[in-house]
Design a binder for this molecule. Structure first.
Ligand code: AKB
Length: 309
């Protein structure tokens, strides 16, 4: 039974990965976060852990003795612009503390996700390459690009098997995202399901890379449990889509749904990112594959809300 420690366990990805790992892996999980979990999950222990606090991180690792670590605690792009200092401390110092504890406590495998936020405005808009991703202009992007360099350093210097993926906007309903730039996708679908008008903070034609959470989980775990990977980091994306295109898909089911477009500071963040990213290495190296296109995603989300609201 493998001992798995998760940071940021109450977040959008954390809550889903716990469920997915419990279904697919023979494991004992220690979930950690700075807030109490909303629900007690059978077989999952919870411990308060602020990744910024090195001494605390060390003591939790010493006590739990994890073999695998999923480091998901992070401040995302929109919140990141409100407090760059905290964002730096959580995302960069937090990652250093986790990498250092992984080496000290002999962790076998670590997952530290990255993001399309590492790309900057001068990158090609379509099919942005995995390598040479340019200069991010958001604090979130800067800290995640730094984390990519840090974990490559820990791999090269200490032989830590740390792996990563650059997530696109993730669409999901279990824990709705509230701190990113791509969150409009979830919010718009939820408003439609509730019969409400939606005010979108991005322009209708701003296309961004996206994917549905079940595909993100399947592919993350597939990549993590490959015997060997060629690269430390892989790009993830299922489709490139704009708010206007999501609105049109919703309207096929809910014709009187209405969206108003009132761009705010998040437009500049979205404009600095590519509309699509290159996933060739993920496909060729270990068979990255997605089941959900945009229409199937919206349908599944609307079905979920229809049965739960
Ligand atoms: C965000 O919008 O900040 C995140 C991301 C793309 O990493 N969803």
């Amino acid at each position: 039974m493998v001992r798995i420690l998760i940071t940021g366990s109450n977040g959008q990805v954390g809550s889903e990965i716990i469920e997915y790992l419990r279904k697919t892996t023979d494991c004992t999980i220690l979930a950690t976060d700075i807030t109490q979990p909303r629900e007690q999950v059978e077989g999952v222990q919870f411990e308060y852990m602020d990744v910024k606090e090195r001494v605390l991180v060390e003591s939790v690792f010493r006590k739990f003795k994890p073999e695998h670590v999923y480091h998901l605690a992070a401040i995302l792009s929109a919140t990141g612009e409100k407090d760059p200092v905290i964002t730096h401390n959580v995302n960069t110092t937090g990652t250093m503390n986790i990498l250092s504890a992984c080496v000290t406590h002999g962790v076998q495998k670590a997952f530290i996700p990255s993001t399309i936020g590492v790309y900057g405005p001068e990158i090609q808009k379509e099919n942005a390459p995995l390598e040479n991703y340019s200069t991010p202009t958001t604090m979130y992007g800067i800290t995640k690009a730094t984390s990519e360099m840090l974990f490559k350093y820990y791999h090269a210097r200490f032989d830590l098997d740390v792996r990563s993926v650059r997530y696109p906007g993730l669409i999901s309903y279990k824990v709705e995202p509230t701190a990113g730039t791509t969150d409009f996708s979830v919010d718009m679908i939820k408003h439609a399901a509730l019969g409400k008008k939606y005010i979108c903070y991005l322009k209708s034609d701003t296309r961004l890379p996206m994917m549905y959470m079940p595909d993100a989980m399947i592919n993350t775990i597939k990549m993590m449990y490959q015997e060997k990977v060629e690269k430390r980091i892989y790009n993830f994306m299922a489709y490139s889509i704009s708010p206007g295109e999501i609105e049109s898909i919703i309207k096929e089911r809910i014709p009187d749904f209405h969206v108003e477009y009132v761009p705010d500071y998040r437009q500049a963040i979205a404009d600095s990112w590519p509309a699509s990213i290159n996933i060739e290495d993920s496909v060729n190296d270990w068979g990255f594959d997605c089941t959900y296109d945009a229409k199937k995603t919206v349908d599944d989300m609307l079905d979920h809300y229809a049965s739960s609201i």
